[in-house]
Write a protein that binds this ligand. Structure first.
Ligand code: M6R
Length: 357
């Protein structure tokens, strides 16, 4: 039930700190050690390459997860849109492990890949919010998101839950392989939960940004580099899905290779700046669009902010920034849709789970 909330989407955005804390609790034992199934650990260790398969928002979570698996667990990983992979399979490595990410566990495009790779004899792990769903039953292993039912068509808490579980999977694999991490991941996740709470308490600031940047917008661009780029893709999907504003997420450096032609007087550009090594570069990209008339704003992270930034996120570990930088983008989409009188929980032409290919 949505209780006092006007929409499930807003309720689900607000649940993210709670869900993150729940995941921390569910995946640790009383000695604060990770407690993943031994079979999953062994399957991860045995794999020479991880193939992440998903659609929509879950695909965007996969893009973030790939970085964790490569950087923390030192295993090569690829992310594929299920509907493409299904009909245009790349050359596979010798010992692949397939990781399916699906909130509902019922997405037909993802299931089609699962059926094919099972026929080929490869192992599969499903990360889902619905244990017992088709993708969970038909895979060898399942990791639960513990996000609670997600009702709004626009996925919010499932995205952050997927990223949190992917960190845990990568950390567990790193530990199983005897790799040393230079930070305490579970403590950093707890800091993320607190940061999410600070952000969900700042809804008025987000609504004001919508008034200043998106009120009359026909289109909008989200730009970022490295981890921020993946979050920009998710921010754009959220905005177009519920407010019907045409939006795209771009890699900051790629703008000048074509897309910058679309920038005109007043075009909204939302830039994320949470990654130290590309902070200078993304700010340069923002200057480029401002010079062409864009109405640009920067959402940065504490520690690398500048006075002119529209919004500053609380500081979290650099690898985990997608878990917090997505929250203002979810809220921007929410208020943009609200101001336009859109049907937020049930946007036109969309279903919560897509069970046809
Ligand atoms: O249930 P799944 O995670 O497999 O669903 C995948 C996509 O259909 C889903 O994420 C969709 O993109 C959302 N409506 C995005 O908000």
């Amino acid at each position: 039930e949505k209780g006092t909330y006007p929409h499930f989407m807003l309720k689900e955005i607000d649940e993210q700190p709670f869900v993150t804390r729940k995941i921390i609790k569910e995946y640790q034992n009383e000695n604060n050690e990770l407690k993943l199934d031994n079979d999953i650990r062994e399957a991860m260790k045995a794999a020479d390459r991880i193939y992440i398969i998903a659609c929509g928002t879950s695909y965007h979570a996969g893009l973030v997860g790939k970085e964790f698996i490569e950087k923390l667990a030192n295993i090569a990983a690829e992310v594929h849109v299920a509907s493409e992979f299904s009909y245009n399979m790349p050359l596979l490595s010798e010992k692949p492990l397939f990781v399916f990410i699906s909130q509902s566990g019922e997405t037909a495009d993802s299931r089609s890949v699962l059926v094919k790779i099972k026929e080929m004899g490869y192992p599969a792990l499903t990360i889902t919010n619905v244990p017992g769903s088709t993708l969970s039953r038909e895979a060898d292993y399942t990791l639960n998101l513990y996000a609670g039912p997600e009702i709004a068509v626009a996925s919010t808490k499932a995205y952050t839950a997927q990223i949190a579980v992917l960190v845990i999977l990568a950390v567990d694999t790193a530990q199983a392989k005897g790799l040393k991490l230079d930070f305490d991941p579970m403590q950093e996740l707890a800091i993320v939960a607190n940061a999410m709470e600070i952000l969900t308490d700042q809804k008025e600031a987000m609504e004001e940004l919508v008034t200043n940047y998106l009120q009359a917008a026909r289109n909008a661009f989200f730009i970022g580099r490295s981890a921020d780029y993946h979050v920009c893709m998710e921010g754009a999907l959220k905005l177009k899905e519920i407010s019907y504003i045409q939006a795209e997420g771009f890699a900051g450096g790629e703008l000048k290779h074509g897309t910058i032609a679309l920038i005109e007087e007043g075009t909204p550009v939302i830039a994320l700046a949470t990654q130290a090594d590309v902070n200078y570069a993304i700010r340069g990209n923002v200057q480029e669009v401002i010079a062409r008339g864009a109405n640009a704003m920067i959402i940065s992270m504490k520690g690398m902010e500048q006075d002119t930034d529209a919004f500053v996120l609380p500081h979290v570990h650099e690898l985990l920034t997608p878990l917090v930088s997505v929250v203002p983008l979810q809220l921007l989409a929410y208020y943009a849709a609200l101001h336009r009188g859109c049907d937020i929980d049930k946007p036109r032409n969309l279903a919560k789970s897509v069970t046809v290919e």
